[in-house]
Design a protein around this ligand. Structure first.
Ligand code: NAD
Ligand code: MG
Length: 394
């Protein structure tokens, strides 16, 4: 029996994780669950999965959860705050940590899991964008393990992973090819981009996801974050990563070899596949995913990403090539910009402007510790807020 902490259990990835876990009760026990605001949903999950702990960031939501659980006779103990998140990620009784909190809020609990030498199922790509070098060093120093949940990285991992040694075989590898759906606005007239609304931007053609990553997909910042994520996970540089727009999301990513071979992983677009792969390793376990039906597939198509249409992707490549804290600033500014767009404060096309402005204004250094990176994240948020205010005033 393996015990798992699911951070962000009420979100899209969190719920998919619990769906897979529920299919294998004899293999997995739930140690802790966590959520930001959805006390009712978290209470339901606690009743179904009976974790030892449930964590919420603030006392108000935790009190609601505590009352709900008490009324239902649950034995789950409710804890509060970031420190508690770190505690349930690092507890001796935990084998696996699903890191599925969205945004920079996911960094410290993932860090705690890394310092405690856990196997981390990493959905929170922002951790690697903010702090990839420092984080991967911590993973290596403490004998922790990172299993990529992001579908593209999981596809590459599936191609490279050697089940006998547990190592990645990069022999003869030339590049990785990240596929991108291109999001909802691949065909939209560029002149209409300024009038894209939050409702339009959170609808994704192939995947059902949280609001922030859905907007990131529609700007293709998501692919930019994933390019940076891939560098850290697989020890690559920017020139070893290709991005190919593949609107059907059937090929989840590929690896190109020096002999001309390209190996791919395919499947129905459903996050339960990569989640189950990480949970079951080294075995394959049932994920409840509909089999890929080749006779019902439309043609698989491919095209080059258009950097004019998707300036966020270019900004991410630029930040990666610049190095230092540029990816950390990119990530923080993007979080502020997306939140402002979702509140209706700035236009869709302003998201890239806020990020670009912040990268120009915010001082870039080579932060070497997690605390320095958190300071940089805070400073970048201030730059981005100022950019949002300038755009609102204009
Ligand atoms: P989501 O918005 O659906 O869920 C986020 C979860 O985090 C929720 O449980 C929420 O309560 C919790 N949360 C939010 N803010 C928090 C805070 N400040 N403190 C503590 N908890 C907080 O998001 P999602 O789509 O499930 O994505 C989660 C992560 O996985 C993101 O980093 C995303 O980029 C990544 N990811 C998601 C998908 C997907 O298909 N949804 C695919 C690949 C990677
Ligand atoms: Mg992805």
């Amino acid at each position: 029996m393996k015990y798992i902490t699911v951070l962000g259990s009420t979100g899209s990835i969190g719920q998919s994780t619990l769906d897979v876990l529920a299919r294998h009760p004899e293999q997995f026990g739930v140690f802790a669950l966590s959520a930001a605001t959805q006390s009712e949903k978290l209470a339901e999950q606690c009743l179904a999965f009976r974790p030892r702990y449930a964590v919420m960031p603030d006392a108000e939501h935790a009190d609601v959860l505590r009352d709900l659980l008490k009324d239902a006779g649950s034995l789950t103990e409710v804890l509060v705050g970031t420190e508690a998140l770190c505690q349930v990620a690092a507890d001796d009784a935990v084998d696996l940590v699903m890191a599925a909190i969205v945004g920079a809020a996911g960094l410290l609990p993932a860090w705690a899991a890394a310092c405690a030498g856990k196997t981390i199922l990493l959905a929170n790509k922002e951790t690697l964008v903010m702090a990839g070098d420092v984080f991967m060093r911590c993973v290596a120093e403490h004998g922790a393990r990172v299993l990529p949940v992001d579908s593209e990285h999981n596809a590459i991992f599936q191609v490279l992973h050697q089940s006998d040694t547990g190592c990645l075989n990069k022999s003869g590898m030339q590049s990785v090819i990240l596929t991108a759906s291109g999001g909802s606005f691949l065909e939209t007239d560029l002149a209409k981009f300024p009038s894209i609304t939050p409702v339009m931007a959170v609808k994704h053609p192939n995947w059902s996801m949280g609001r922030k990553i859905s907007v990131d997909s529609s700007t293709m910042m998501n692919k930019g974050l994933e390019v940076i994520e891939a560098c850290h996970l697989f020890g690559l540089n920017a020139d070893q990563i290709e991005v190919v727009v593949h609107p059907q999301s059937v090929i989840h990513s590929m690896v190109r070899y020096v002999d001309g071979s390209v190996l791919a992983q395919l499947g129905t677009p459903d996050m339960r596949t990569p989640i189950a792969y990480c949970l079951g390793l080294p075995e394959r376990i049932d994920a409840g995913v509909a089999p890929l039906d080749f006779f019902r597939l439309n043609a698989l198509t491919f095209r080059q990403p258009d950097m004019q249409r998707f300036p966020c992707l270019q900004l991410a490549f630029d930040a990666l090539r610049h190095g230092q804290d540029a990816p950390c600033v990119l990530n923080a500014a993007n979080e502020i910009a997306v939140a402002a767009f979702l509140r209706g404060n700035i236009l869709f096309t302003d998201i890239a402007r806020v990020v670009e402005d912040s990268l120009d204004v915010c001082k870039l250094d080579a932060s070497a510790t997690i605390d320095e990176l958190l300071d940089k994240d805070a400073a970048a948020r201030q730059c981005a807020q100022a950019a949002v205010q300038r755009l609102q005033a204009a």
